[in-house]
Write a new protein. Structure first.
Length: 306
């Protein structure tokens, strides 16, 4: 097991909570809904802050938009790599701040549907939280905001993807994750730079002390010197590993219904659980292949059982 049972349970709980929040946020903005097994168009609020996506009217338009999504992801990863390479910390932090603030605003706005000027209220709540998250290190604020950041981002992508394009995207992202972690090592380098230099990590971040270190602390209690240091372990789950299951369940929600979406969520959680329980300590693993396998298993089970 990569982390102890308590830390593993915390990461899985946060993962599931974010998935359910994501399902609600995506459903709030969705313009299609499954009623009695049929997909129907419904009225829904527009995405705020200029994040409205092109309206898809025909099935073929999903496939026309898909290459643009892949190119956008590739450009984003390339820019992140270049800015990391040249240690452009000011630009990186500003970029993260803008993304976090907008994503939080989108999510918070979904929980304020009856209030007048809810978009402004949501952004007013999001801005200080985004500032603390990016510019003032706070463990609790970081993980709390992570619960709402990815649902907000997912709400932007769900309307322009369908079942087959998300399947293709999951395969591409999983292949990239394998290359970036096991072959190039670029993922580890960027994660270390973000944690050690930027003091930012896009994803869940749970520091903890091992039992061995805790026992050492207890033995040294009352006679610890300033030179004594105790190693703190870090349990992390990257943002990409969180957001793609939300996008997939959101697509299933709008095209097949809530139960199919739930099968995706629990399938993703099962894949992630398998990784956590069978991964070795002090080794890096690409999580997306395991999560993607769980998502596909959930889709298949949902198809046969529902």
């Amino acid at each position: 097991m990569k982390h102890n049972l308590k830390i593993t349970a915390i990461l899985l709980a946060m993962f599931l909570i974010t998935q359910f929040i994501g399902l609600y946020v995506v459903g709030h903005y969705s313009k299609t809904k499954v009623v009695d097994g049929e997909v129907q168009n419904v009225s829904a609020p527009e995405l705020p802050y200029g994040m409205q996506t092109p309206e898809i009217k025909e099935e073929k338009e999903f496939y026309e938009v898909f290459p643009s999504i892949i190119i956008a992801f590739a450009i984003a990863v390339f820019l992140l790599f270049i800015l990391t390479k040249f240690k452009a910390e000011f630009i990186l932090k500003l970029w993260f701040f803008a993304v976090v603030a907008i994503a939080l605003g989108i999510s918070f706005n979904a929980f304020l549907p009856q209030l007048e000027n809810s978009e402004i209220i949501a952004l007013a709540i999001a801005l200080p939280l985004a500032f603390i998250k990016i510019y003032r290190i706070n463990f609790l604020v970081h993980n709390f905001t992570e619960l709402f950041v990815y649902p907000g981002i997912a709400a932007v992508f769900v309307p322009i993807l369908n079942l087959w394009t998300i399947v293709a995207l999951l395969i591409i992202i999983s292949a990239y994750d394998i290359w970036a972690v096991w072959h190039s090592g670029i993922m580890q380098k960027m994660a270390k730079y973000q944690i050690n230099k930027l003091r930012i990590f896009p994803g869940f971040f749970v520091p903890y002390i091992s039992k061995k270190a805790l026992m050492k602390l207890k033995k040294l209690k009352g006679k610890v010197k300033k030179t004594k240091r105790v190693k703190v372990n870090i349990a992390i789950l990257g943002g990409g590993d969180i957001i793609f299951p939300i996008i997939t369940s959101g697509i299933m929600l709008k095209s097949a219904g809530i139960w199919h979406a739930l099968f995706v969520i629990f399938g993703a959680a099962a894949g992630l659980s398998y990784l956590f329980f069978f991964a070795e300590k002090k080794k890096f693993y690409p999580a997306m292949p395991f999560i993607t396998a769980g998502i596909f298993a959930g889709m298949v089970l949902g198809y046969f059982l529902l």
